[in-house]
Design a protein around this ligand. Structure first.
Ligand SMILES: O=P(O)(O)OC[C@H]1O[C@H](OP(=O)(O)OP(=O)(O)O)[C@H](O)[C@@H]1O
Ligand SMILES: Nc1ncnc2[nH]cnc12
Length: 224
């Protein structure tokens, strides 16, 4: 299934497990159309990885301001085995897009925790989007609103070349404001925004609606 198809079907975590099974098995269905054991085993491994990842997340009510239920992804990086599973699972999720990225763009700051490692696995460049005032030289700037405040993002001019296929990655899509601003900057630099990839989605906040129909894939979801 292409990422755009996956998006229009608005898959749940469980649906995405089947999507991944389908992706893994695309070229390996047998004559009767049954899924071979190896692909089924990979799908089962991915499903079990998702359970491990979900159970590793931290939950903090009323942080950073009252009324926000903050989900902490930092524990995913404390155990090397969990960290490795996360990167493997993200690499598999990239197969849902119909093309391979030339550039992985990661968002300040939590997109920097896994964006470069994922880019290396994909043999793609890594380029940061940073909060305003952190990078030298000419930059393009976009303002945005997120779940708990307003901010400004920047990218260095020339960091993405016109026509390069760009995958924007971040830890969490909540309201979608941060991701939408990053996509706007990529397009301003002439990049072809091929998709968004997130570790975690909070579907109740409907962040996808801000992403203009760009193919969007998330590994995990929670409505807490
Ligand atoms: O979908 P949204 O409502 O825009 O929220 C999601 C963004 O909020 C968090 O970043 P934050 O700005 O808190 O920065 P940090 O990574 O530096 O903590 C998170 O890492 C996403 O980038
Ligand atoms: N609820 C949340 N938890 C963690 N990071 C976030 N970024 C935006 N909303 C968030």
């Amino acid at each position: 299934m292409s990422a755009s198809a996956a998006q229009s079907a608005a898959p749940t975590s469980t649906d995405q497990t089947s999507v991944n099974a389908a992706v893994l098995a695309t070229s390996t269905y047998d004559a009767s159309g049954r899924q071979p054991a190896a692909a089924a085993a990979s799908a089962a491994e991915l499903a079990s990885t998702k359970i491990t990842l979900l159970s590793s997340l931290g939950h903090f009510p009323d942080f950073p301001i009252p009324g926000i239920h903050f989900i902490d992804i930092l524990p995913l990086f404390q155990d090397p085995a969990v960290h490795n599973s996360l990167l493997r699972a993200l690499e598999l999720q990239v197969l849902e897009f119909s093309e391979k990225p030339d550039v992985v763009v990661g968002l300040d700051a939590r997109g920097f925790l896994f964006g470069p490692s994922l880019a290396l696995r994909l043999n793609a460049s890594f380029v940061p989007v940073r909060k305003q005032g952190k990078m030298p030289g000419p930059c393009v700037t976009a303002s945005y609103e997120k779940e708990y405040g307003t901010d400004f993002f920047q990218m260095q001019e020339g960091s993405v070349k016109p026509g390069q296929k760009v995958l924007v990655v971040d830890d969490i899509i909540a309201t979608g404001g941060s991701a939408a601003a990053a996509g706007k900057l990529v397009k301003q630099l002439g990049g072809e925004l091929m998709g968004y990839l997130f570790i975690l989605e909070i579907p109740v906040l409907d962040g996808r609606s801000k992403l203009g129909g760009v193919p969007t894939v998330t590994l995990l979801e929670t409505n807490e």
